[in-house]
Ligand binder design. Structure first.
Ligand code: ADP
Ligand code: ZN
Length: 724
C-alpha cells in the first residue's frame, strides 16, 4: 500500500505531500514518522492508494506512531480540505487548526514538570547582595521546600538556573498527571426550567432547520437552555461543542460546567499550558470526554457523532479569526452541524443584524426569551447629556448624576461597575505650543500615557517610551494629556471616594495567565466596591451585588467610520447594562453621552432590539452595506515599502481586470493606504471592495494567493471586524 503523507505541518508555508510505502492497515488521518533526506519528519496520512507514480525503489517506508487512534478523524480531514480550498491556504495551515501544538511538531506528551530543591542549607549558600532573584529563590526554597520551577521562574526570572549552575539547587523532573481543573468544583443546581426555557427547548427539538437562534434578554437563562441541550445530546449517546467568547470562561462558568458534566467536559482555554491543552484534546479524541467547551478554536475539536453545537454570544467579534486562515467560526460550525445532522444553536441578547435578518426571513428558527428568570425588569437606563455638564463647568469624567448614584450605591453597601472604551491613563500627549502629538516610531498611532509606570505605551506593538517632560519638536513644556483612560478614571474616582476600594480591569491589568480571573474573583468576593474596566467587563459576569453601572463614554464606538458602529454600540450598552441588578435589588444604569439624541442610544436605553434592528436594517439596505453586500479588503503589508507597493500594484491590476469584467457585481473598488499606515514597522496598503454578488470571491482569493512573495504578507478579509 502507498500512503500520501503531508509532512512538516508545524511551520509549512507550502504543502509538502509525498508518497510512502505503508502497512495495509494504515488509517487515513493517522500520525506517522516519515524518513526524509536523512531526517525523520512527523507527518499525517491524508490518503491511501494501491500504486504510486514514483518508481518503487525510490519510495521509503513510514512508521506509525503509537497513538492508538488516527489523530485526525475523517470529518476533520475533509473539513480541513474544505477550509484550505475556501480560503486558499495550504492544507498544512488548515490542518494546524485541528491539531494541538504538541501533535503538530511530534513532541507529544511531555507529562513531566521540573521541581527545585536546595542542595545545601541556606546558611552555606554564599551570594552577593546584588543577586536578588537568586537570594529570593534560595530563601523561598528554604521556607517552602521543593517547588515547581515554573512557579519560581515566573516570580524570579533566572534565579533557579543561576543557582543550579553554582550547585546550590538541584532540579528534578517528575511525572505528573495534568488535571487543569483540580479544585474547580461547584454546586449544581437542580433547576426547574422556566416556561420560556422549556418552550425554547421543545421548539428546538421539533424544528427541522439546522440553525436555531435563541434571542433572550440578559438574565433570561440562556445558559441553562444550552446545558440541557448538551445533556440531552449525551443521553442520546452523542457529543457536543459549546463555544463561548474566551472572556466568558470565568471561574463561575467553569465550576458550573464541572459540576454539571464532570469529566465529560473538556475545557479548552488560553489559560492552559500546551501540555494541558494536549491532554484535554486527547480526552476528546479518545472519547473519554464528550463535550468540548472553549473559545472559537474549540470548533475544531476532534469529536465524532456530534449531537449539538452551541455558539453563545453569537454576535461577538471574537468569533472571527484574526490570523490566517481568517475563518468564520459560524461557517465552520454550520458545516459540522450539517455533516452530523445536528442543530447549531446560536444565542444572544443582541444578535448580529445579519443573523437576525436570516431568522426573520425564516432561514433560522427564531426563539425569543423575553423575561428575566428572577422576574425583575431590566435596569432603568438614564441618559446624561454631558454637553450640559461641560456648560455647567464640570470638566471631570463624572456627571453629577453619576456621582450621586455612586455615593448612594456605596452607602447601601452595594457594588458598581464603570465602563469605558479606553485603557491607560490618558489618550494622547499633545504639545500646547506646536500641536505635536507623541507617536510610536514603529506604528502610525499615537501613544498612551500610563501613570503607574510613568511611561508612554503603544497599544499596537506594546513598545514603551519614556514619559515626556518637554516637547521634542519645539521644546515647549506645556504638554497636555487629552482624553480619558481606565487608569485616569480610577485615579479620579479614588479622589472623589477616598474610602472606596477600586479595581481596574483592562489589557494592562490582566496580563498573565489568570489575570482577569483574579480580578473578577476579588470583585465577586466583594473585596472591592467599584470595578473600572474596558470592553472586557461587558460580558457574561454575574455579580449579584452590582446595582449600578456607569457608561462613561457611550459615544466612543459610535464615531468609528464603520458600518457596524451602531450595532456595536447597541450590543455594548445592552451587555454592560445587563450587569446591573441581577439579584434581589433593582439595578440602575447611567449612560453619559455628548449626543443624547442619537437613535441608537434611544433604542438601547429602551431595550428595544427589534426597533433598533428595523432601523438598522433599513439603513443598511438603503446604503447597500452588509448583509446586503460584502466588504472585501485585501491588505498588503511589508517592512519593505517598495516591495509592498509593488505587490499592491500587481494585485490591484489583476483585481481591476476582474472588476472590469464584472462591473455590475461591484459597488465599490479602490486602492489606498490602510487607515493606519504602519504597524510594527510594516507599511500597510489595501484594496477595498464592496460586492453585491459574491460569486467572484474565489477569483479574488486566487489573485492574492498568486501574488504572495517573501517579506510581503497579503491577506483577504471578508467583512473585517477591524478596518484600521
Ligand atoms: P443569560 O445568559 O440569558 O443572560 P443566565 O443564563 O446567566 O442568563 O441566567 C441568569 C440567572 O438565572 C443565572 O444566575 C442562572 O443561574 C439563573 N437561572 C437560570 N435558569 C434558571 C432556572 N430555571 N431556575 C432558577 N434559576 C435559573
Ligand atoms: Zn507601536
Amino acid at each position: 500500500m502507498i500512503a500520501e503523507v503531508i509532512v512538516d505541518i508545524a511551520t509549512g508555508e507550502t504543502d509538502r505531500i509525498f508518497d510512502y510505502i505503508c502497512a495495509d492497515d494504515t488509517k487515513i488521518g493517522s500520525r506517522v514518522r516519515a524518513p526524509f533526506g536523512g531526517r525523520t519528519l512527523c507527518g499525517f496520512v491524508i490518503g491511501v492508494k494501491e500504486t504510486s507514480s514514483f518508481p518503487a525503489e525510490r519510495l521509503k517506508k513510514i512508521t506509525p506512531c503509537e497513538d492508538g487512534l488516527p489523530a485526525l478523524t475523517e470529518e476533520c480531514l475533509s473539513l480541513a480540505k474544505k477550509i484550505a480550498r475556501r480560503y486558499r491556504v495550504p492544507l498544512a495551515a488548515s490542518l494546524r487548526l485541528f491539531l494541538p501544538a504538541e501533535m503538530r511538531t511530534g513532541k507529544v506528551r511531555e507529562l513531566t514538570k521540573n521541581y527545585a530543591t536546595l542542595a545545601l542549607p541556606l546558611e552555606e549558600i554564599k551570594l552577593p547582595k546584588s543577586a536578588k532573584n537568586q537570594l529570593a529563590v534560595a530563601t523561598y526554597l528554604a521556607e517552602h521546600g521543593e517547588t515547581e520551577c515554573a512557579y519560581l521562574n515566573n516570580l524570579y526570572a533566572g534565579g533557579v538556573a543561576a543557582l543550579t549552575k553554582k550547585g546550590y539547587v538541584t532540579v528534578t523532573q517528575k511525572q505528573v498527571l495534568r488535571n487543569p481543573y483540580e479544585g474547580v468544583d461547584g454546586e449544581d443546581f437542580n433547576r426547574t426550567l422556566s416556561k420560556e426555557q422549556a418552550s425554547a427547548i421543545a421548539r428546538i427539538e421539533k424544528d427541522e432547520r439546522t440553525v436555531q437562534l435563541l434571542h433572550g434578554v440578559t438574565g433570561s437563562g440562556k445558559t441553562e437552555v444550552y446545558l440541557r441541550l448538551i445533556a440531552d445530546s449525551l443521553k442520546r449517546g452523542k457529543t457536543a461543542i459549546f463555544l463561548v467568547p474566551e472572556i466568558s470562561l470565568t471561574p463561575q462558568m467553569l465550576s458550573q460546567l464541572r459540576a454539571r458534566f464532570g469529566k465529560n467536559a473538556a475545557i479548552l482555554h488560553s489559560g492552559l499550558s500546551a501540555g494541558e491543552r494536549f491532554d484535554e484534546w486527547w480526552r476528546l479524541r479518545s472519547g473519554e470526554a464528550k463535550i468540548a467547551i472553549g473559545a472559537r478554536s474549540a470548533i475544531f475539536a476532534p469529536l465524532e457523532n456530534l449531537g449539538v453545537v452551541v455558539m453563545d454570544e453569537e454576535h461577538d467579534s471574537s468569533y472571527h479569526s484574526e490570523t490566517t486562515p481568517r475563518y468564520s467560526t459560524f461557517e465552520i460550525a454550520r458545516l459540522r452541524a450539517e455533516h452530523s445532522g445536528c442543530k447549531l444553536v446560536l444565542g444572544s441578547a443582541t444578535p448580529s443584524v445579519e443573523t437576525f435578518l436570516k431568522a426573520q426571513e425564516g432561514a433560522y428558527n427564531l426563539l425569543p426569551m423575553t423575561t428575566r428568570i428572577n422576574g425583575k425588569s431590566l435596569p432603568e437606563i438614564t441618559i446624561v447629556d454631558m454637553r450640559r455638564e461641560v456648560r455647567r463647568g464640570n470638566q471631570s469624567n463624572f456627571s453629577s448624576v453619576l456621582k450621586e448614584e455612586l455615593s448612594k450605591c456605596l452607602e447601601s453597601g452595594n457594588q458598581a461597575i464603570l465602563f469605558l472604551n479606553r485603557r491607560g491613563y490618558s489618550q494622547t500627549v499633545v504639545c500646547k505650543e506646536c500641536g505635536y502629538v507623541a507617536k510610536c516610531l514603529s506604528c502610525d498611532v499615537s501613544l498612551t500615557y500610563h501613570r503607574a509606570e510613568d511611561c508612554l505605551k503603544c497599544h499596537y506593538c506594546g513598545a514603551r517610551y519614556n514619559a515626556l517632560s518637554a516637547c521634542p519638536e519645539c521644546g515647549g513644556v506645556k504638554l497636555t494629556y487629552t482624553g480619558t483612560g481606565t487608569q485616569k478614571v480610577a485615579a479620579e474616582l479614588s479622589k472623589i471616594f477616598p474610602q472606596a476600594k477600586i479595581l481596574r480591569m483592562d489589557n494592562d491589568t490582566t496580563s498573565g495567565k489568570e489575570g482577569h480571573l483574579k480580578i473578577l474573583k476579588e470583585f465577586g468576593e466583594k473585596k472591592a466596591d467599584i470595578l473600572v474596566g474596558t470592553q472586557m467587563i461587558a460580558k457574561g459576569h454575574d455579580f449579584p451585588a452590582v446595582t449600578l453601572v456607569g457608561i462613561l463614554d457611550a459615544d466612543m464606538s459610535l464615531h468609528f467610520a464603520d458600518y457596524r458602529s451602531g450595532e456595536r454600540t447597541f450590543q455594548l450598552i445592552t451587555q454592560v447594562s445587563g450587569r446591573s441588578g441581577r439579584a434581589e435589588e433593582k439595578g440602575k444604569v447611567v449612560l453619559q453621552t455628548y449626543d443624547p439624541e442619537n437613535e441608537v442610544l434611544r433604542y438601547a436605553t429602551a431595550y428595544d432590539y427589534e426597533g433598533f434592528y428595523r432601523n438598522e436594517v433599513s439603513l443598511r439596505r438603503g446604503a447597500m452595506y452588509p448583509p446586503f453586500s460584502k466588504i472585501v479588503r485585501v491588505l498588503v503589508s511589508s517592512e519593505d515599502n517598495e516591495k509592498g507597493l509593488e505587490t499592491l500594484k500587481e494585485i490591484y491590476f489583476a483585481l481591476e481586470e476582474i472588476y472590469r469584467n464584472n462591473e455590475g457585481k461591484f459597488l465599490f473598488f479602490n486602492k489606498m493606504s490602510a487607515p493606519i499606515k504602519k504597524i510594527q514597522d510594516k507599511y500597510r496598503y489595501q484594496v477595498l471592495m464592496r460586492l453585491c454578488e459574491t460569486d467572484i470571491i474565489g477569483q479574488i482569493y486566487d489573485v492574492c494567493a498568486a501574488a504572495k512573495r517573501r517579506d510581503v504578507s497579503v491577506t483577504v478579509e471578508e467583512n473585517p471586524v477591524n478596518l484600521s
